[in-house]
Design a protein around this ligand. Structure first.
Ligand code: 5AD
Length: 435
């Protein structure tokens, strides 16, 4: 749950609080605040991140109330569907099952991933959007990402910041820069959840990262998500104790052979061990895979979605592989936009009630107009790039990364205006400021 609008606490059971948002109830975990029934709080990813004064909360809520229901109406209208559309009977039977929340079999999922007619794909996207609306209503997570260093000691054969890319100028933000950027993202732009990401950079010790996280948490109320690669199981523990509460770590592919081929010297097992450990520590899990790795079959993609679900992911991050010329896989092709959208839709069908599904920057780089399509194919989450502009182009995991130049304020305006046109509530940002 990522509602940044203040909610009113209705019930408290130990660490669990039940929060009311305009009549909708959501649960959140409270670890740090002294909270009583009737108080107002903000929560991110199911964690209470701040207490809000009553008059402030009432002001935001009254500004929001009318718009909230207006947006819900737009969303409801856009997500209506009719399976009578289209002529493919088998497709309609499969989607009918999915819409009834009956789990689909693998061969049915494969049938969907194989669809090629525009009309059939549209029906799949619409079904996914219907389920998104049914279980998640119109809320859309917007998290910020700060790419703190592009140094990396790994040799992943697809990645533009791996050791393969000898010509890339490397940068590493200082602790002060990271803190300043994070504080600005929260205080000036209203972000309530931030991903800190880097290559596997031995230039920062886990202890240093922990201090940085602790200092950010001391300064601003924010959900911190870490994405520093494999920091070790003990490292995960240290960063949790420092205040990080979410882990973004893709396993990249559930197929161990492909994993080994594209990650020289690494093991799928170790990656999964990290994710399991993080989940057991209480981190919120954001994970997923690359679509279009060499040798990957449609069945692999479905297994990737299954594995993400098994890992207890709250957020699914699935994006296209985009070849980087300075890497061993530089001559390959990226997958089609359609393939990625179908994958997002399948995620929604496989895990309709839990999945927050991200429209990745990689997908937007593949096809600049795709954000809207993704949000209408089951997705309900965006990540905006709040890295200082001078570093953004250098975080070149793939070429021509979208949003490398856009000011944060421009990115926010664009995102909010799209979300409003779709009837989605950008409930993660400082809503009182941006609407
Ligand atoms: N294309 C798309 N995504 C990539 N990543 C790394 N290299 C590429 C690429 N060439 C993704 C990986 C990693 C995330 C930070 O960036 O999936 O988990």
């Amino acid at each position: 749950m990522c509602y940044a609008i203040p909610g009113k606490v209705k019930e408290i059971r130990g660490k669990q609080v039940l929060v009311d948002y305009f009549g909708e109830e959501k649960k959140a975990i409270n670890e740090f605040y002294d909270i009583a029934v009737g108080d107002y709080i903000c929560a991110q990813g199911g964690f209470v991140i701040k207490k809000v004064k009553e008059d402030e909360a009432r002001e935001v809520l009254s500004a929001w109330k009318e718009l909230f229901f207006e947006l819900q109406d737009i969303d409801l209208r856009l997500s209506r569907m009719d399976l009578g559309e289209g002529s493919d009977k088998k497709l309609r039977l499969i989607l009918d099952k999915a819409l009834e929340n009956i789990p689909l079999k693998k061969d049915e999922l494969l049938y969907l991933l194989d669809l090629d007619s525009q009309q059939s794909c549209q029906l799949l996207y619409k079904s996914a959007n219907f389920l998104r609306q049914k279980y998640h209503k119109n809320s859309c997570c917007i998290h910020g990402i700060i790419e703190i260093s592009n140094h990396c000691q790994q040799q992943c054969t697809y990645c533009g910041i791996s050791t393969h890319n000898k010509d890339l100028p490397r940068y590493r933000m200082t602790q002060e820069e990271i803190i300043e950027t994070a504080v600005e993202a929260v205080e000036r732009y209203g972000f309530q959840a931030l991903v800190l990401q880097s290559g596997e950079d031995p230039g920062y010790s886990v202890d240093e990262l922990a201090i940085t996280i602790r200092k950010i948490k001391e300064k601003v109320p924010v959900l911190i998500c870490i994405s520093f690669g494999e920091v070790g199981l003990e490292g995960l523990e240290k960063l949790y104790h420092a205040g990080a509460r979410a882990l973004l770590m893709r396993f990249e592919t559930s197929n161990p052979k492909i994993f080994a081929r594209v990650h020289p010297g690494q093991k799928l097992e170790t990656r999964l061990e990290h994710i399991h450990k993080a989940a057991s520590l209480g981190y919120l899990i954001m994970t997923g895979a690359l679509i279009g790795l060499p040798g990957q079959t449609n069945e692999d993609i479905i297994n990737d979605i299954y594995l993400t679900k098994e890992l207890g992911a709250e957020m699914y991050s699935f994006g296209p592989f985009l070849p980087h010329p300075e890497t061993p896989l530089g001559n390959l092709k990226s997958p089609s936009e359609e393939k990625v959208l179908k994958t997002l839709a399948l995620v929604r069908l496989i895990d309709p009630e839990v999945a927050k599904i991200l429209v990745t920057t990689a997908l937007e780089t593949l096809e600049p107009t795709t954000r809207k399509k993704g949000l209408l194919s089951g997705a309900n989450s965006l990540m905006l790039n709040v890295t200082p502009v001078k570093y953004r182009k250098l975080y070149a995991i793939y070429p021509n990364k979208a949003y490398s130049d856009e000011l944060i304020s421009t990115q926010i305006e664009e995102a909010i205006s799209l979300l409003k046109s779709l009837g989605r509530a950008p409930t993660d940002l400082g809503v009182s400021k941006v609407i």
